[in-house]
Write a protein that binds this ligand. Structure first.
Ligand code: FAD
Ligand code: 2HG
Ligand code: ZN
Length: 471
C-alpha cells in the first residue's frame, strides 16, 4: 500500500495526502458521532482530472474510495469501514463557482462548494438558490446531490434532484463524464444524471454540477401556529395549499416534546405560542409582490383557519429577526438532540392521508412497548416527511438503550411505514445505517435492479462499497 500512498503524494503533493492519525481523524467520524472508521489515507484533490487519476490509481491497486463532502450526513455514507484499507476522498478543495449564467438562470459549481456560499452568491445577483437545510453552513453541493437532500423548501422547489440540470462525474474506471449541460429538456436516452443523484457515492464521484436558480422573492412572512392534533395540522396545510398555492414555501411541524428538548438545551429558544401546544407549525409565504399583499393573504388564511377551529393560536413574525428566531427554533431541534445524547433517527415519509393514523398508532405502540420513551417527532410536514426520532426515557443511558432496543425500534417503525405505504428514508439516504433494511423495503425486484446497476457501473466494487447496496 505504501506504493499507492507514494503515487498519490506525487500526484497531489504530500500535503494533500493525509496519513497521520491526528490529521485523518476529523474525516473519520460522522457529525452525529454514530459512525467511526479508519482510512489508509485522506486525499484532497483540487481538480476533476486529479479525482480521475486518484480513481485510476486506486482501481489499479484494488483499493476502495469513500467520497466525502461536508461530512454532515446521518446514515454513515461518508464514513469508511474499519479495515483501514480504504481511501477517503474529500471534495472540500474543489470549491470554485465556475459560472453564474443570468440568462439561463443557472449556476455552475464544483462539488466542494458549501451550500450557504452558493445561496449567498446567488442572492448577490438577485437570484434564489432554494436548497436550504440546517447544515447549510458546512454541507457541500456534491454531498447534497449524492444524498438528494431535501430541506425546508421542498414543497415549493423540490429536492436537490429537481434543482439539478447537469453533472460532471468521475466513473469507477476513472473516466470523466461531462454532462454539464444547463438544459431544461433533454430526452436523449437513459438519464445518467438522475442515476448519480442520490447514489451516495456508490456509482460515481460528482465533481461539478449545473444547478437551477430562481428569482429572489421580495417579500416573505413567517408565522408560528398552534394546532391541537395532526388532523387539524393537515387541514391547515391543505387550506394553505389551496389559498396560497405556490406562495407557500415552508410548512414545518414540531411536537411539544421536540420543543421541550430544545428549551432544555437552548433556553433562549422558548416557544412564543401560549400554553405548550401539542403541535407548533412554522409556515412561510414568499412572493414577488409587495409585503402588504402577502401579509393580507396570510392574515386572511389564518382568520379562516381560526373560524374552522383548526388552529388555537398564532404569532406572525413582525420583522426579519423574529422570523429568523422562528426558523432557529425549528433548526435547533437536531442540535438539542445531539446535546441530549445518541438517539434513533427515523427519517420517513407517509402519504398525508395516512399520517394521522401513522402517528396515533406508532406513538401508542412505542409508548406501550417502551414506557417513558421520548418521541422527538418533527419535520417537513408539507412533504409528509417526519423525523420520528426516539430518545431513551429520562435517566436511562442512551448508548445501552440503543444497543438493547435499536433493532426492535427500527423494525417497529419500518413495519408501520410499510403499512402506510411510506418510505423508510425521505431525505437522509441509506448509507450503512439502513443497508440491511433496503431489500425488504424496496422488494426483491427493485433491490436486484439496484445491485445490477452497481455491478455494471462499478464492477470492481471500489466506490463506497457496502453502502446503499452490497454486491
Ligand atoms: P457527506 O456527509 O460528506 O456525504 C454524504 C454522502 O454522499 C456519502 O455517502 C458520501 O460518500 C457521498 N458524497 C459526498 N460528496 C460526494 C461527491 N462529490 N460525489 C459522490 N458522492 C459524494 N438533510 C436533508 O436532506 N434535509 C435536512 O433538512 C437536513 N438537515 C440537517 C441539519 C443538520 C444540523 C445536519 C447536521 C444535517 C442535516 N441534513 C439534512 C443531513 C445532511 O446535511 C445532508 O444529507 C447533506 O446533503 C449532506 O451533505 P455533505 O456534503 O455533508 O455530505
Ligand atoms: C431537519 O429537518 C434535518 O432538521 C434533521 O433533516 C432531522 O435531526 C433530524 O433527525
Ligand atoms: Zn429534514
Amino acid at each position: 500500500m505504501q506504493n499507492l500512498i507514494d503515487q498519490l503524494g506525487q500526484l497531489l503533493g504530500q500535503q494533500f495526502v493525509l496519513t497521520d492519525d491526528q490529521e485523518k481523524s476529523p474525516y473519520l467520524t460522522d457529525w452525529r458521532k454514530r459512525f467511526t472508521g479508519k482510512a489508509l489515507a485522506v486525499v484532497l484533490p483540487k481538480t476533476t482530472t486529479e479525482v480521475a487519476q486518484i480513481v485510476q490509481l486506486c482501481a489499479a491497486a484494488n483499493v476502495a474510495i469513500v467520497p466525502q463532502g461536508g461530512n454532515t450526513s446521518f446514515c454513515g455514507g461518508a464514513t469508511p469501514d474499519d479495515s483501514g484499507k480504504q481511501i477517503l476522498l474529500s471534495l472540500k478543495r474543489m470549491n470554485q463557482i465556475r459560472e453564474l449564467d443570468v440568462a439561463n438562470q443557472t449556476i455552475t459549481l464544483e462539488a466542494g462548494c458549501i451550500l450557504q456560499s452558493v445561496q449567498e452568491k446567488a442572492a448577490a445577483q438577485d437570484f434564489l438558490f432554494p436548497l436550504s437545510l440546517g447544515a447549510e453552513g458546512s454541507c457541500m453541493i456534491g454531498g447534497n446531490l449524492a444524498t438528494n437532500a431535501g430541506g425546508t423548501n421542498v414543497l415549493r422547489y423540490g429536492n436537490t434532484r429537481d434543482l439539478c440540470l447537469g453533472l460532471e462525474v468521475v466513473t469507477a474506471k476513472g473516466e470523466i463524464w461531462d454532462g454539464m449541460k444547463g438544459l431544461r429538456k433533454d430526452n436523449t436516452g437513459y438519464d445518467l444524471r438522475d442515476l448519480f443523484i442520490g447514489s451516495e457515492g456508490t456509482l460515481g464521484i460528482i465533481t461539478a454540477a449545473v444547478m437551477k436558480l430562481y428569482p429572489l422573492p421580495i417579500s416573505q412572512w413567517t408565522t408560528l401556529v398552534a394546532t391541537q392534533d395532526i388532523a387539524s395540522t393537515i387541514a391547515l396545510l391543505n387550506l394553505f395549499q389551496k389559498r396560497a398555492t405556490s406562495l407557500l414555501t415552508g410548512f414545518e411541524m414540531m411536537t411539544q416534546e421536540s420543543l421541550e428538548l430544545n428549551e432544555k438545551h437552548f433556553p433562549q429558544m422558548a416557544n412564543p405560542l401560549k400554553g405548550k401546544p401539542a403541535y407548533t407549525v412554522l409556515i412561510e409565504l414568499s412572493d414577488h409582490e409587495s409585503e402588504e399583499h402577502v401579509r393580507q393573504l396570510l392574515e386572511a388564511i389564518l382568520e379562516e383557519a381560526f373560524k374552522a377551529n383548526i388552529v388555537t393560536d398564532a404569532v406572525i413574525a413582525s420583522n426579519l429577526s423574529q422570523a429568523n428566531s422562528f426558523w432557529q427554533m425549528r433548526e435547533h431541534i437536531t442540535l438539542a438532540q445531539a446535546e441530549e445524547g445518541a438517539n434513533l433517527k427515523n427519517d420517513i415519509t407517509i402519504p398525508l392521508s395516512s399520517l394521522d393514523r401513522f402517528i396515533q398508532e406508532t406513538d401508542h405502540l412505542m409508548r406501550t412497548q417502551y414506557p417513558g420513551v421520548r418521541i422527538i417527532n418533527f419535520g417537513h410536514l408539507g412533504d409528509g416527511n417526519l423525523h420520528y426520532n426516539i430518545a431513551p426515557p429520562l435517566g436511562v443511558d442512551a448508548k445501552s438503550f440503543n444497543v438493547d432496543h435499536e433493532k426492535a425500534i427500527y423494525a417497529l417503525v419500518n413495519a408501520q411505514v410499510e403499512r402506510c405505504k411510506g418510505s423508510i428514508s425521505a431525505e437522509h439516504g441509506i448509507g450503512q445505517l439502513k443497508l440491511g433494511d433496503l431489500r425488504d423495503h424496496k422488494g426483491v425486484v427493485a433491490h436486484d435492479l439496484m445491485k445490477a446497476l452497481k455491478a455494471a457501473l462499478d464492477p470492481q466494487n471500489i466506490l463506497n462499497p457496502h453502502k446503499v447496496v452490497s454486491i
